[in-house]
Design a protein around this ligand. Structure first.
Ligand SMILES: NC(=O)c1ccc[n+]([C@@H]2O[C@H](COP(=O)([O-])OP(=O)(O)OC[C@H]3O[C@@H](n4cnc5c(N)ncnc54)[C@H](O)[C@@H]3O)[C@@H](O)[C@H]2O)c1
Length: 282
């Protein structure tokens, strides 16, 4: 199938191009900075906040994997993060509806849960956290991701889009383990109950969602996407109990990750293949 990937020049985007090409799909790469050539049949410079760019670039695609966004408030002021991300998603979903592209896979984020706040205010009643957990975005980036889910949901309810929203844990690119990818036992900056995921595994989930979403029927199907293990050297349950005492009673028995990927495993056949342990001395 012809799969258009927005945000194709980014850490997840590059991995997604490779994953799709390996699986035999025709890939179109869209980004505001020139996307990598080689893996993609078409590489287009596209500003996702321009409806004209988006409608023109998506015409003829069978599916879109929408990754293009400012992925935090680290490098852009918050109103810009919100407006860039929400305008981009509105354009992508509008174009998909108008052009008859039924499959829309959207990069949402673990941040929609606001886990750090929820952990301290009674919002987490079971571990590992699955998709039934309530949402409580606590910055403009997280709110932009949740707004994007709502737009995908609207496209599904009103226009028959087959949507998948991937709530992705903190992503580590293949070349980022020396820094961003180091485990964080000694810090209370958990990044979502010490979850993480390799960009190549996110690419796997995005490909699987693209291939399977039509069989799930119209809707916005939500999946947590994370690694099988936690971003801790020690057992994650002990690390949570140490830094988030409010969750100690739930955390002790947790093995692997405190961020459940059971639904993606069961419904999509997702199986993460990468661990920080393959890259950083344990
Ligand atoms: N990095 C993480 O930890 C993480 C976690 C959860 C979800 N996500 C989501 O995954 C997606 C990809 O994240 P990433 O880590 O690869 O980020 P990244 O910054 O490496 O890549 C994002 C890409 O989007 C492009 N982009 C942004 N605004 C655009 C616009 N208006 N027009 C065209 N291109 C635009 C950028 O040029 C960039 O190449 C984002 O939607 C992000 O919100 C990321």
């Amino acid at each position: 199938m012809i799969v258009a990937v927005t945000g194709a020049s980014g850490r997840i985007g590059r991995a997604t191009l490779a994953e799709l090409a390996r699986a035999g799909h025709e890939v179109w790469a869209l980004d505001v900075t020139l996307p990598p050539v080689g893996l993609a049949r078409r590489s287009l410079v596209v500003d996702l906040t321009s409806a004209g760019d988006v409608f023109g670039a998506l015409d003829g695609a069978d599916a879109v994997i929408h990754l293009g966004a400012h992925p935090s408030e680290a490098h852009h002021v918050r109103h810009r993060v919100y407006s860039n991300n929400t305008a981009s998603t509105a354009n992508v979903v509008s174009a998909a509806v108008a052009l008859g592209i039924r499959r829309v896979v959207y990069a949402s984020s673990i941040t929609v849960y606001g886990l750090d706040w929820q952990a301290r205010h009674g919002g987490i009643t079971a571990l590992p956290v699955d998709e039934s957990c309530g949402t409580r975005p606590d910055d403009f980036y997280a709110l932009s991701k949740l707004a994007g889910e709502a737009v995908v949901d609207l496209g599904a309810r009103e226009h028959g889009v087959y949507g998948a929203s991937l709530r992705i844990a903190m992503v580590v690119g293949e070349d980022e383990y020396a820094d961003r990818g180091r485990p964080r036992d000694e810090s209370d900056a958990s990044g979502g109950l010490w979850s993480y995921v390799d960009a190549r595994d996110v690419a796997q989930a995005a490909r699987l969602a693209t291939e399977h979403v039509e069989a799930l029927g119209p809707g916005n199907h939500v999946f947590n996407v994370g690694a099988a293990d936690a971003h801790t050297r020690g057992p994650v349950g002990e690390v949570i109990a140490r830094w988030v005492p409010e969750l100690a009673h739930l955390a002790r028995g947790v093995e692997g990750s405190a961020f459940s990927i059971a639904r993606a495993r069961t419904v999509l056949g997702y199986g993460p293949r990468h661990s920080w342990r393959d890259h950083v001395a344990a």
